[in-house]
Write a protein that binds this ligand. Structure first.
Ligand code: FES
Ligand code: FES
Length: 924
């Protein structure tokens, strides 16, 4: 049978049936295997790729479709059950092809789709509700989407869009900076046509499956691979480390690249790849890999920080003595002396576990060989880094690799590291055919990077008036089997562990420790969320010890203009933490009074519930720590008047496609609607760096501002117009008042890219290296923020319900308030998960029913307060927001729990068992 035939059918060996159904209003038929998943049939046989697959296990709801009007998980539904039924997918919700329906328009208006991978499931679930109840309440909308997980939005804007579906909507603004314009890339997300890593594969794409280690640490040897392959006719390749043409290593920090594509003779974590098989889809899906010829010898493994630091621990890497990858250090003044003279000292030990990114889109993509080049279409946050690493792996020149990022269904830091790319690239190179791969949820959780588990001790002292005098901090971070972003975490934490406060005497040490676990990497905050829990928890104890209000204690100590940070950096402007804390004052006072009254009543009636209010501050440096961090943006005009923005900052849902265009539009002086976007593509867009470290608005936005301004200057010069001239672009004519320039007359001046006028600008924010004491200027700017949480604790069950979050963030300049609110709502939902429920346990929580993330019912409504204290370096004053929004949520919640009950939770996540133990400790 040909590859094409094999590819079309899920299982050729099973008896087939002709499935007849009405799909999106049209009678359709296809030959299928009765037991095939309906989700797969809808995608593969009927081309409805708006049906997304996040887990294949009924946990995420991404595959939700309507069957006879009722929402069902298509991944759990055998195709035969759809026989004779009416099935509707997101593609059926459009008014006409390409024209969104009312609900889809409401999603666009409200910014309810960020990455968009959950959006089809959300839309069809909401559609079912709206058909029986056109004016639902928020509670009804929340209930309707309760089976669909979203990792980006915090659900608030989705619920608002459902409730507001039939409202009269004003036309969307076409403004530039400050306008709540709709996402420029939003339409395909709500139509279900956005191409994620698993979508739009060429016909006859071969499938790649990886064989992974079943042990945390093991030696292995292959048997007769050639004989095994010969016994499986149709296989196109069996790949191992021996097949890597270049360097069998990759890593996001090139000097520390240490992770093999395929382990050679030993594996260092459960789920590490040792081999891959390549072949037609049906063959590969049906393959029983239990007989794959590999012999395993399990070895002793060190999974925890303590186990890895033990004198007799197995070493994870030769040359990294004691399993220490790297250490970080910042020291200022004489902290021990300061602490010995402090009026009060608070101290404690804290810990947290691995946290999984749990984006709803598993890692996916396809690659193909085009002559002597490789094209890789896959989900990524860092296309140029992928290109450089793949070139080394494949032994090819850098310009022989083209990375075309797919739409990214959530990343949050983990899609900075390579995942499917080396496997599909190697398979495509070897086979000559397009090769694709979609991680199962289990292999995604097993092998992707995690938030570092932490073990932290700290002591902080204050004088009798509540002024901080000194702090000593020591943190150990489980960085897993490979370096990934471990050094970044180790370096960032000591810089940030003071929080956004003036601490005159300070010492912070951090250690990244290798273990036999999946690599820890980048996850929204790079270690700062863990250190913030410690510092903000101890602040409450200090405030209590000196008899101060906890919020006023923070305001008293908040960093201000002219005060040195713990690295000795002094800002002359743009320090907004005090304003953020002060913005919470009214809520703080009112809620403290309300919760006190509630608790008094509960005590009177003998009720188990207690409410409390907590607050926490945050700072976070925008961009790389004391390292070059450039972004380049290109904008050009063609002879026909087409205005093109080459915007290579990958939009993983956070909104860079929109924000960077708004900035360019403002700088250039033309409306956003005039722009045509060229999205990230290493052949077409200059390097805008990676989407991480809250750098895209700040750094790529800075490049966009400069590119827009440079093009404007060229235009004004041609028009002989003054700086303040108002530009208009009509067809090929650009004008300012009476001055006009027909771009068509410049046609013969077009450059190689086809532009008659073009600007390409780079921005790299000014920083300085840190000295041996960690003193210097690690970031040009910080983002600042403070969260207030109100919680209710069931003291009998140990359950914590977060009732409300109020989140104040100094964003410098709100380029697009709707997108900023979306970041705050989504980031704080992840912070809630970090505080209360999320922990990856290697070998155990490898799916989305054992690894829990917040559902719509877990997340409170969030009130965002946007403070605009402009930063001199930021585009129009803007600062980063992506990491900032998660950091203060967990400590604010944990402080609220202590406020409610007196119990201090020092070990995250604060699951009911830990809460009950802490409550018991308070009583005893
Ligand atoms: S893919 Fe069906 S519920 Fe997750
Ligand atoms: S928008 Fe919901 S998962 Fe990304």
């Amino acid at each position: 049978m040909s590859d094409a035939a094999l590819n079309r059918k899920s299982d050729q060996s099973a008896p087939g049936m002709t499935l007849s159904l009405v799909l999106n209003g049209t009678a359709r038929q296809a030959g299928v295997t009765p037991q095939a998943r309906l989700s797969a049939v809808l995608r593969e046989e009927f081309g409805c790729e708006g049906v997304k697959v996040g887990c294949d296990a009924g946990d995420c709801g991404a595959c939700t479709v309507l069957m006879d009007g009722a929402p069902v998980c298509a991944c759990l539904m055998p195709a035969a059950r759809a026989e004779g039924r009416i099935v509707e997918t997101v593609e059926g919700l459009a008014e006409a092809p390409g024209i969104p329906g009312a609900l889809q328009r409401a999603f666009l208006r409200h910014g309810a789709a960020q990455c968009g991978i959950c959006t089809p499931g959300m839309l069809v679930s909401a559609e079912a509700l709206l058909r029986r109840n056109p004016r639902p309440t928020e509670a009804e909308a929340e209930e309707a989407i309760s089976g669909v997980l979203c990792r980006c939005t915090g659900y608030a804007k989705i619920i608002s869009a459902i409730v507001d579906c039939h409202a009269e909507a004003p036309p969307a603004p076409d403004g530039a900076v400050g306008a709540r314009i709709e996402r420029l890339d939003g339409l395909p997300k709500v139509l279900g046509t956005d191409a994620f890593g698993a979508d739009n594969w060429p016909e006859d794409t071969l499938l790649v499956r990886v064989i992974r280690s079943p042990f945390h640490h093991a030696r292995f040897a292959f048997g007769d691979l050639a004989a095994w392959r010969a016994a499986h006719p149709g296989l196109r390749a069996v790949l191992t480390a021996a097949d890597i043409p270049g360097r069998n290593l990759h890593g996001v920090i090139p000097p520390l690249a240490d992770q093999p594509v395929f382990a050679g003779t030993a594996t260092r974590f459960k789920g590490e790849a040792v081999a891959a098989v390549v072949g037609p889809r049906a063959l590969i899906e049906a393959l029983d890999l239990a007989g794959f010829p590999v012999e395993w010898q399990e070895l002793d493994a060190a999974l925890t920080i303590d186990a890895a630091l033990d004198a007799g621990a197995p070493q994870v890497h030769e040359g990294r003595a004691g399993n220490v990858l790297v250490k970080g250090f910042v020291r200022r003044g004489t902290p021990e002396t300061a602490l010995s003279g402090a009026a009060v000292v608070a101290e404690g030990q804290f810990s947290s576990g691995f946290v999984e990114h749990a984006y709803i889109e598993p890692e996916a993509g396809f690659a193909r060989r085009v002559g002597d080049r490789l094209e890789v279409f896959a989900c990524t946050q860092a296309p140029h880094m992928d290109r450089d690493d793949l070139a080394l792996i494949m032994g090819l020149p850098v310009d022989a690799i083209r990375i075309l990022p797919s739409a990214v269904g959530g990343g949050f830091g983990s899609k900075l590291d390579l995942s499917v790319q080396p496997y599909i690239a190697l398979a495509a190179w070897v086979s000559g055919a397009p090769c694709g791969m979609v991680y199962t949820r289990t292999e995604s959780i097993q092998s992707s990077t995690k938030r570092h588990p932490s073990q932290i001790t700290a002591r902080i002292g204050a004088d009798a008036e509540g002024k901080l005098v000194g702090m000593v901090f020591e943190g150990y971070f489980n960085t897993g089997a490979y370096a990934s972003w471990g050094p970044t975490v180790a370096n960032r934490v000591p810089v940030h562990a003071s929080g956004p406060y003036s601490v005159p005497h300070y010492e912070a040490r951090s250690v990244a420790v290798h273990s036999h676990c999946a690599p820890s990497g980048a996850f929204r905050g790079f270690g700062v969320p863990q250190s913030s829990v410690v510092q903000e928890s101890l602040f409450d104890e200090l405030a209590d010890a000196v008899g101060m209000d906890r919020l006023e204690f923070r305001i008293l100590n908040a960093l201000g203009v002219g005060q040195p940070t713990v690295t000795g950096q002094v800002f002359a402007q743009g320090v907004g933490i005090r304003a953020c804390l002060e913005a919470l004052r009214d809520d703080w006072a009112a809620r403290r009074a309300q919760t006190a009254a509630f608790n008094a009543e509960q005590a009177r009636i003998g009720g188990p519930l207690r409410r409390g209010v907590g607050v926490a501050g945050m700072w976070y440096g925008c961009g790389n720590t004391s390292l070059p961090n450039p972004s380049t943006i290109r904008v050009g005009l063609k002879a026909d008047g087409t205005l093109v923005l080459h915007q290579g900052a990958v939009d993983i849902g956070q909104g860079s496609n929109t924000v960077i265009t708004q900035i360019c539009a403002e700088a250039l002086g033309l409306p956003v609607s005039a722009f045509t976007l060229v999205g990230a593509d290493t052949d077409l867009t200059p390097d805008a760096g990676k989407t991480s470290a809250s750098r895209q608005t700040f750094v790529s936005g800075g490049a966009s501002l400069r590119a827009g301004a440079a093009l404007r200057w060229q235009i004004l010069r041609r028009l002989n117009a003054g700086e303040g001239a108002r530009l208009t672009l009509t067809g090929s004519v650009i004008s300012a008042g009476d001055a006009r320039l027909d771009l068509a007359t410049l046609a013969n001046e077009a450059n190689a890219l086809g532009y008659v006028l073009m600007a390409e600008e780079t921005y790299d924010p000014p920083t300085s290296p840190l000295d041996e004491n960690g003193q210097g200027e690690p970031y040009a700017a910080y983002g600042w923020g403070a969260h207030l949480a109100e919680v209710e604790v069931d003291t009998e069950l140990g359950l914590i319900r977060t009732r409300d979050l109020v989140c104040a963030h100094d964003v410098g300049r709100a380029i697009n308030p709707t997108l900023l609110e979306g970041q705050i709502e989504g980031g704080s939902a992840q912070g809630l998960g970090f505080a209360l429920m999320e922990e990856f346990i290697p070998g155990r929580t490898e799916n989305l029913h054992d690894y829990l993330i917040p559902t719509a019912g877990d997340v409170p409504r969030v009130r965002s307060i946007l403070i605009e204290d402009p930063d001199a370096h930021g585009p129009f004053g803007a600062k980063g927001i992506g990491e900032q929004v998660l950091i203060p949520t967990a400590p604010a919640i944990l402080n609220a729990v202590r406020d409610a009950t007196g119990a201090r939770l020092r070990h995250l996540p604060a699951t009911p068992d830990k809460v009950l133990r802490a409550l018991h400790d308070v009583k005893s």
